[in-house]
Design a protein. Structure first.
Length: 212
């Protein structure tokens, strides 16, 4: 027969109860629910009312994101800001998380801000991975275009680089009449643009430390 002390010790070592995935309401989740559902994994997105979870990042994805965020922040005019991995509330059922966004400094509302308005986004960038390719090539561009985001980049690994992990950037601009993106350029090795501002990024620098 166990003593009171042994029973108390058993309580100390009881494992935590298993996490229960949230059960969506019949109409699906809303964009505001992302800030209220407890225990969601980091970088959870909402697409068409459904939660979308991300896989662990690859080195290519992480370094591409770092390269683009640092370069854009360095070259953007003073009235613009650049952030990575922040959600955009496109509508009540869609709150994706672009890998990088460019937006006016005035869209910042405070340190506890968790999302941005689509009308404030000047450029959205998605770095495609094996498990996100369909979303990054089709679903997200369609939704960003429908919300009026004027510039979109899709970034993928250049399969011709001999295993170096160099990104290739597909650049799109919004046709306001059709609310659809048109591919304007594809950049290998070096990205040079004059819109949405003057941009010059050495894509082969992906594996260099910033500033070196």
């Amino acid at each position: 027969m166990s003593t009171a002390r042994e029973e108390e010790q058993e309580e100390w070592f009881d494992p935590e109860p298993p996490y229960r995935w949230p059960i969506p309401p019949p109409e699906g989740w809303t964009a505001d629910d992302l800030d209220r559902i407890p225990g969601l994994p980091s970088h959870t997105e909402l697409l068409d009312g459904s939660l979308v979870f991300v896989s662990p990042q690859t080195r290519f994805h992480s370094r591409t994101l770092r390269l683009l965020e640092h370069a854009l922040l360095e070259q953007a005019p003073g009235h613009l800001d650049v952030l990575s991995r922040m959600t955009v509330k496109l509508d009540t059922r869609n709150r994706p998380e672009p890998d990088v966004i460019v937006f006016p400094e005035t869209a910042n509302t405070g340190p506890d801000q968790t999302w941005y308005e689509p009308e404030d986004i000047l450029l959205a960038v998605e770095v495609a991975a094996a498990d996100t390719q369909d979303r990054d090539r089709e679903v997200k561009p369609r939704k960003y275009a429908g919300a009026g985001v004027p510039h979109f980049w899709r970034v993928e690994r250049d399969e011709r680089d001999g295993g170096k992990g160099i990104p290739v950037v597909y650049v799109y601009e919004l046709d306001p009449a059709t609310k659809a993106y048109a591919l304007t350029s594809i950049f290998h090795d070096r990205l040079k643009l004059t819109v949405p501002f003057d941009i010059d990024i050495d894509l082969t620098a992906i594996n260099r430390r910033p500033g070196s």
